[in-house]
Write a protein that binds this ligand. Structure first.
Ligand SMILES: Nc1ncnc2c1ncn2[C@@H]1O[C@H](COP(=O)(O)OP(=O)(O)O)[C@@H](O)[C@H]1O
Ligand SMILES: [Mg+2]
Length: 266
């Protein structure tokens, strides 16, 4: 990002603190994500990654601190403004969250119909376009969620997240539960769409394959804050127990070698 570029960060989190009961989940956490970046958020189980994502999409209020999206405060400013802001991002939550009573077509059409801006012909064309974007076929539109494989559920959920042509895409463990092949092809799809659509992406992952293949930067959530933030190579140099464990397991070393990363530090 050059210094002449005055566009604000797509996500700017400042001084964010979150407490559930007596337990602090986040403490004075800061994070900025620039336009066009693909940032992987990693951290131990229960470290507050999903909670942070829920705050970025406005589903949960932090106890203190601020979140700006596209340079505007996320909260306040009235229902209409919040709705406009919300249209600019798509979300893929971990529990796929398709409507089980709707077929694939109607799931993807849902956010479009909610807008009340398009007639049914336009909605049909848009849904077909989204299906092809996620490499599904028109006939898949008629299937019910219960008839889909895990990989297809992710693709449909991604198509729905892209329905309103968001600038920002948030993904919570998008490859969790997929076998390695499906996981690889979903990662390729996210990367390809990210580039083609010029998306900014923030994703939570445990999966080093995903992280090494996709990220422009990695943010490590530990000790209630973003303990380290940098490229995969930079993060690998950080001397912290969580980071050492994360990168040094046998599986991790293989994943990194496959992605062309050189020796892991000891
Ligand atoms: N609504 C809630 N009320 C109370 N505790 C919660 C709530 N949501 C999450 N937690 C707790 O906050 C911690 C962080 O949760 P979460 O953000 O889901 O972690 P992660 O996604 O990193 O695994 C966990 O200990 C979880 O049990
Ligand atoms: Mg989580």
């Amino acid at each position: 990002m050059n210094s002449m570029d005055a566009s604000p960060p797509v996500i700017r989190i400042r001084d964010l603190s979150t407490r559930f009961g007596d337990v602090w989940i986040h403490k004075e956490l800061d994070l900025e994500i620039q336009r066009g970046e693909l940032v992987s958020l990693v951290g131990g189980s229960g470290s507050g990654k999903t909670t942070l994502l829920r705050m970025v999409v406005g589903l949960l209020l932090p106890d203190s601190g601020s979140i700006e999206i596209f340079g505007e405060p996320l909260f306040g400013g009235g229902v209409a403004r919040e709705r406009d802001l919300r249209q600019r991002f798509g979300v893929l939550f971990q529990q796929g969250a398709l409507f089980s009573a709707f077929n694939v077509f109607d799931n993807i059409a849902f956010p479009l119909r909610e807008l009340k801006r398009y007639d049914e012909d336009a909605i049909h064309d848009l849904v077909m376009l989204k299906l092809s974007m996620v490499e599904l076929l028109p006939r898949h539109g008629k299937l019910m969620p219960a008839e889909l494989s895990g990989g297809m559920i992710k693709r449909v959920a991604l198509a729905r997240a892209l329905a309103l042509e968001p600038e920002l895409l948030l993904l919570d463990e998008p490859t969790a539960g997929l076998d390695p092949d499906r996981s690889d092809s979903f990662v390729r799809l996210i990367r390809m769409l990210g580039e083609e659509l010029g998306l900014t992406v923030m994703l939570v992952t445990h999966d080093l394959d995903t992280l090494a293949a996709l990220s422009t930067r990695v943010a490590v959530l530990a000790e209630q804050r973003i303990l380290a933030y940098g490229t995969t190579e930079e993060i690998m140099q950080v001397d912290h127990p969580f980071i050492r464990n994360f990168f040094l397991s046998d599986r991790s070393v293989r994943a990194l070698q496959k992605s062309g990363f050189a020796a892991v530090p000891h």
